[in-house]
Design a protein around this ligand. Structure first.
Ligand SMILES: Cc1cc2nc3c(=O)[nH]c(=O)nc-3n(C[C@H](O)[C@H](O)[C@H](O)COP(=O)(O)O)c2cc1C
Length: 312
């Protein structure tokens, strides 16, 4: 199955589906499964505590798939003091896609492009989109209202067409995309691909606990809380996991004074679980391959079935 868009052309993949990088969730099993299914699997460099471990992770992925993959770099010294070293390792392993979040990609863009890597940037507003467009981003990831992780507040109905019109760059839709119907809506808005996070947590390949996966199956969008209180940046969290951490592990939320910022972040995301509003549509744990290919298949069926002009 192939669905061609500007993004599939740019990355040399069959389906416009990007497995979004997820902290402490996306490791080689998930990355390889998404890339082998025809999308592109991605993971955050910060999932590895040391640069050597990152190298081992890339080594494993490269030995298990020849397909393109992506790595997310958080370009913010406070959140990620190791980004420059992580970037070097990505260049060494010729990672096809670098996804930047929090910060401007200015410092890495020329070097990434010189080795043929594409650079996509997460944005939640037009202002940030204009900054990264000016820096030379190849595409924008519109992180809309309802996304898992650090979500924006703007509806995809508004943000996606606005970013396309104002920047002229290809835009990837992110936030609450769990099904082919939601993918069809995103592409109808002009998106050239979808960025799927939360749906891929409910897979055997995701490195999330069984309890976390079950909570996703049992919850709906109403069970989320959108707050900056947990990690300093507004994000969507499963309310139950926040409540439980407040009682059993208050230090997770407050952070231990002696821990580094990054240590605190590892603790928080381990005990408090993030998810996007697309949990409403997640009813079962399925292999990532079935999710990626099922979503593409449903998308193709849906676009055939959309109401058309009645001709008498
Ligand atoms: C558990 C979890 C961890 C995440 N970690 C990261 C991360 O480390 N870096 C990043 O850029 N985005 C991260 N995100 C955001 C995703 O890459 C993506 O933008 C989001 O999941 C898309 O929305 P959806 O979850 O509704 O599909 C995370 C999301 C979740 C749910």
């Amino acid at each position: 199955m192939k669905i061609r868009t500007k993004i599939t052309e740019m990355l040399g993949i069959d389906l416009p589906i990007i497995g979004a990088p997820m902290f402490l969730v996306s490791y080689p099993d998930l990355v390889v499964a998404v890339s082998e299914a025809g999308g592109i699997g991605c993971f955050p460099a910060l999932n590895y505590r040391t640069v050597d471990q990152l190298r081992q992770g890339l080594e494993e992925i490269r030995s298990r798939t020849k397909k393109p993959i992506g790595v997310n770099l958080i370009l913010h010294k406070e959140h990620n003091p190791f980004w420059a070293k992580q970037f070097e390792v990505c260049l060494e392993y010729k990672v096809e896609l670098i996804i930047t979040s929090l910060g401007s990609p200015r410092t890495i863009i020329n070097e990434a492009k010189s080795v043929g890597a594409k650079v996509f940037c997460d944005v939640t507003t037009l202002r940030h989109a204009q900054i990264v467009a000016k820096a030379g981003a190849d595409a924008l990831i519109a992180v809309c209202h309802g996304a898992g992780g650090h979500a924006g507040t703007i509806s995809p109905y508004v943000l996606i067409p606005q970013l396309i019109e104002e920047t002229g760059l290809p835009v990837i839709a992110a936030g609450a995309i769990s099904t082919g119907k939601q993918m069809a809506a995103s592409l109808a808005l002009g998106a050239e691909a979808v960025y799927v996070g939360t749906r891929l947590i409910a897979t055997p390949e995701a490195q999330a606990s069984e309890e976390y996966k079950q909570m996703i199956l049992e919850s709906t969008a109403e069970d989320l809380i959108y707050t900056a209180e947990i990690s300093g940046i507004p994000a969507n969290w499963l309310k139950k996991s926040v409540e439980r951490a407040k009682i059993t592990k208050p230090s997770t939320i407050a952070g231990n004074a002696s821990d580094t910022e990054i240590e605190k972040e590892y603790k928080r995301w381990k005990d408090i679980w993030s998810a996007g509003q697309g949990i409403t549509q997640i009813k079962e744990i399925k292999p990532a391959r079935e999710i990626v290919q099922g979503m593409a298949k449903e998308y193709l069926e849906i676009i055939e079935k959309l109401p058309r002009e009645e001709k008498n």
